[in-house]
Design a binder for this molecule. Structure first.
Ligand code: SAM
Length: 449
């Protein structure tokens, strides 16, 4: 951790939250000979041990151990950067007092982040660090890795993405025994407070010898962490090392199309003839419509139309409103307001189609998925996935990307079910390897044409 800090921090002060014997501070003193050293420790015996240890190492003149609770200690301001480094205590929630649980929820709420009373003490330490630190401060904590995945870990994940500015995750496999004697996965989390890095470095190590200041094995787009309910799966498979290739998810979010809840009602037809035309959206409603167009959808005239009525009916003229009410009365007699989907959405009559996706893809068939550039701006329902670029992609990139996907993705890339049916979940599709925009712009397509 200090090897990493040496390359990423220029601290005027090093703070160790939960300093124990002060071994982090003593290590840091060598790497940063000019830095002040501040340990916060709640256990008086540990605090005495830490002070003794620092004195033996002749660091007493630039070190202080404060006997206090890290969650509400006052840490004085310094000029320059502070490095927060340490090994926050691992204490399960059963042993955390109710008033601190209240503190956790109230403090997290100020950051518009939710917190669970089931969180362990290390979650409190991340939150307290957000409270103490200033923009530009650097953090490096080693902790058990469960916050990457469990529900209560969302507090740490949200803090890291939106407040603490995570830039590096090194996951240490249990085989390396990061905490000697326990078969725990650990994670070293690097962050720069207030930063919003677009990509976050990831590395998994199975031996402690592999730690150190090595560069991350790969970079992951922050948007993928933002939308993933659990982070470990994103850290597990090292993408095949192939010069210039990246995961599709780095370029595009993949979203399944909207479920209508009742296609016989919400796909327009004779039964909906009275509705104003502007409520009807040309939509891909069958996988075949994508298989048939050979890579580009330029015309919506053969597509069916999906009815998408806004939640707020007050926006319509009286005449339109009357027609809509009449249609909705009919839909009700057909039970369109009763299904699970209809009852779960904001208003039972509002399907809520997604915006047109620049690329559409089928995801379930006995053949490779069809990828189609959606030049016509059609909507899609849940028989297709929509690929939405994270940042705008020019036609010069979109076209060869679609072409690459069309020619290179096989059924074996997806998950095969009995009977040979292959399915790509949105997250699985995001893991497909594709040439980077730079490679696509260089005319990569010619190589496979
Ligand atoms: C996992 S140990 C880490 C010790 C040291 N950094 C090391 O690596 O050896 C956690 C330390 O945090 C202290 N601690 C626990 N709760 C604390 C709190 N609320 N505020 C400050 N220190 C606390 C414990 O007494 C313990 O010494």
């Amino acid at each position: 951790m200090l090897a990493w800090a040496r390359e990423h921090a220029r601290p005027a002060r090093v703070v160790d939250p939960g300093a124990g014997s002060a071994r982090f501070l003593i290590g840091a003193a060598q790497v940063f000979p000019d830095a002040q050293l501040l340990g916060i420790e709640m256990d008086p015996f540990a605090a005495i041990l830490a002070r003794g240890n620092l004195a033996v190492h002749q660091l007493a003149d630039r070190a202080r151990i404060v006997l206090d609770d890290y969650r509400d200690v006052r840490i004085p301001a310094v000029t320059g950067q502070t490095l927060y480094i340490g090994n926050p205590p691992y204490v399960r929630h059963h042993l955390i007092e109710p008033q601190w649980k209240k503190w956790l929820v109230a403090t997290a709420t100020r950051y518009r982040i939710s917190a669970s009373q089931l969180a362990g003490l290390h979650v409190y330490f991340f939150l307290a660090t957000a409270e103490h630190a200033r923009p530009g401060d650097i953090g490096l904590f080693i902790s058990a890795a469960e916050w990457l995945d469990v529900n209560y870990g969302n507090t740490v994940r949200d803090l890291l993405l939106h407040v603490l500015g995570a830039n590096n995750l090194q996951i240490i496999e249990p085989t390396a025994e990061p905490f000697p004697g326990t078969a725990t996965t650990a994670v070293i989390t690097g962050f720069e407070v207030g930063a919003q890095p677009q990509t976050i470095g990831i590395r998994r190590v199975s031996s402690l010898l592999d730690l150190g200041a090595l560069p991350p094995a790969w970079m992951i787009h922050r948007g993928r962490l933002e939308s993933a309910p659990r982070w470990s799966p994103l850290t597990r498979v090292v993408p095949e090392k192939r010069e210039g290739f990246i995961e599709l998810g780095e370029l595009c979010r993949v979203h399944r199309g909207q479920v209508t809840g009742a296609n016989r009602i919400w796909i327009a037809g004779a039964h909906s003839a009275i509705l104003p035309k502007h409520l009807l959206y040309p939509t891909v409603t069958k996988a075949r419509e994508l298989f048939d167009v050979q890579g580009e959808l330029t015309d919506t005239s053969t597509l069916r139309q999906v009815i998408d009525i806004p939640v707020d009916l007050a926006v319509f003229t009286q005449e339109e409103r009357a027609a809509i009410e009449k249609f909705l009365a009919f839909a009700k007699t057909e039970g369109a307001d009763q299904g699970y989907i209809a009852r779960e959405r904001k208003a039972w009559w509002s399907v809520g189609l997604r915006q047109p996706a620049p690329i559409l893809a089928t995801y379930m068939a006995r053949r490779p998925p069809a990828f189609v550039r959606n030049a016509a701006g059609a909507r899609h329902i849940n028989i297709a996935h929509g690929l939405y670029p994270r940042e705008e992609l020019s036609l010069a990139v979109l076209e060869p990307l679609v072409e690459y996907l069309t020619h290179n993705i096989s059924v074996t890339d997806g998950r095969t079910y009995a009977g040979g049916l292959t399915k790509f979940e949105p997250r699985e599709m995001e893991r497909l390897l594709v040439p980077s925009p730079a490679l696509l712009l260089q005319g990569y397509r010619e190589e496979f044409a």
